[in-house]
Design a protein around this ligand. Structure first.
Ligand code: UD1
Length: 419
């Protein structure tokens, strides 16, 4: 198992380009199944979650060509609707659930293992199931498999009881091939929802209102291949913003969408960080002392839960008492024990973490407990005194392209070791 070894205390300075959005591309790759043709997707990040999803698609019959950051996915041949042979691989990732919507849309039947993903709380898929049932699917969950079939898919009005990114995208995937119109109310509004909707529209679909809480999808029969480029990753952008602020650095973050970062930029500015925005870049200049703030995670456009952990790291050295209220996932504070090993002063009470700023974190041996916690541990190591060794970094490789080489180019001291 590899580890990251970081020598802290070096400010990050320079420029970094943001890769394509993980959570968008993980929806786009299964969505390509609906085209029954060839889709060219550009700006695809080199991350392990993408590699795993590509493997799964190849196993069920897609032909995939990969060159640098471009993927060509040809699904003109028959794609197997039954993925039960891949229970182990698919059970390890979250985004495999998008095969449910894509296969149901194309073939009116799908057998897909229940999804896995980061262990950050109870992660039910009842809203996905409710949506598919409303469209006319009969569904059974047996032996860890979701089995669905429908004679016809017919558009319906679907109100989501919770704002769910996964359910919103999954219902869009199935509804785009249904007869008639589907309306999703209380839909999630994350940038990657708009990205998947744009992709579906280029394939001949009719999805309107993505990015608002009401999405209207007019079903269509003839979908076809298209060319598309993935939006920049909001969470990666935020991670570099926080890392620049944490190290007192000065980083120009290029190929980003500042509009997607408003909640994060607002909180960083409140802490005293300087942020200069242009059309497609952000300059972040870290200042000391940092001021304590209160953050509450919320669906977009609120503060993203996926940046809660890196933000907590920054709060550990802000003057005064900061709080984080995690409203999306009930078990997303497991990493706090790792920060305590570095000297952080944090009290957890249910879904609220109260953080009293200390002068410095000190490097030690810590573990990445999940993907975003892993990124947070890297930020902690970069700003801590002395050496930090982070284990379980395979979590980080799932979602950050060229993470350590980007950090090295910015002047951070980080290396990957096999103990
Ligand atoms: C996606 C992202 C993840 C991000 C999360 C919230 C992917 C692959 N993952 O995860 O990085 O942290 O959005 O932005 O895109 N819920 C239900 N029933 C459901 C579905 C969700 O109760 O059927 C609840 C969840 O338990 C959670 C909340 O709704 O409390 C939001 O979950 P959701 O937006 O669906 O997250 P994911 O799609 O799992």
């Amino acid at each position: 198992m590899e580890v990251f070894v970081i020598e802290g205390g070096h400010p990050l300075n320079g420029e970094v380009c943001i890769s394509g959005a993980k959570n968008a591309v993980l929806g786009l790759i299964p969505a390509a199944i609906l085209s029954g043709g060839s889709c060219k997707i550009e700006n695809v990040p080199h991350i392990n979650d993408v590699n795993k999803l590509i493997d799964i698609l190849e196993k069920i019959g897609a032909e995939i060509y990969k060159e640098e950051n471009t993927l060509i996915i040809d699904t003109s041949r028959h794609i197997a609707h039954d993925c039960s042979d891949f229970q182990e691989e698919m059970g390890k990732m979250r985004a495999s659930y998008y095969l449910l919507g894509a296969l149901l849309g194309r073939y009116r039947q799908a057998v897909v293992p229940l999804p896995g993903g980061c262990n950050i709380g109870d992660r039910p898929i009842d809203q996905h199931i409710k949506g598919f049932e409303a469209l006319g699917a009969n569904i059974k969950i047996e032996h860890g498999l979701v089995k669905m079939e429908a004679d016809r898919l017919i558009g319906a009005n679907i109100y989501l009881d919770v704002v769910s990114v996964g359910a919103t995208i999954n219902i869009m995937l199935a509804a785009v091939c249904a007869e008639g119109t589907t309306i999703i109310e209380n839909a999630a509004k994350e940038p990657h929802i708009v990205d998947v909707a744009n992709f579906l529209n280029l394939m001949g679909g009719s999805v309107r209102g993505a990015g608002t809480d009401t999405i209207r999808i007019k079903g269509t029969q003839g979908m076809y291949g298209c060319e598309y480029s993935v939006i920049p990753d909001q969470i990666t952008t935020g991670t570099y913003m926080i890392a620049a602020a944490a190290t007192g650095g000065n980083v120009l973050i290029k190929k980003a969408i500042p509009k997607h970062m408003e909640a994060v930029s607002a909180k960083l500015r409140e802490m005293g960080v300087i942020i200069e925005e242009s059309v497609d870049s952000l300059r972040v200049i870290g200042k000391r002392p940092l001021k304590a703030v209160r953050v509450k995670t919320l669906p977009y456009p609120g503060f993203p839960t996926d940046l809660q952990q890196p933000m907590a790291v920054l709060m550990t050295v802000a003057s005064g008492n900061s709080t984080i209220t995690e409203t999306i996932f009930e078990n997303r504070f497991k990493y706090i024990d790792e920060l305590r090993k570095m000297g952080a002063d944090v009290v957890i009470n249910g879904r609220v973490a109260s953080i009293t700023g200390v002068e410095k974190l000190s490097g030690t041996k810590i573990a990445a407990t999940d993907l975003r916690a892993g990124a947070a541990m890297v930020v902690a190591g970069l700003m801590a005194d002395g050496e930090t060794r982070i284990s379980n970094i395979e979590h980080i490789d799932r979602g950050y392209e060229n993470f350590e080489s980007n950090i090295r180019e910015l002047g951070g001291i980080i290396r990957r070791e096999t103990p």
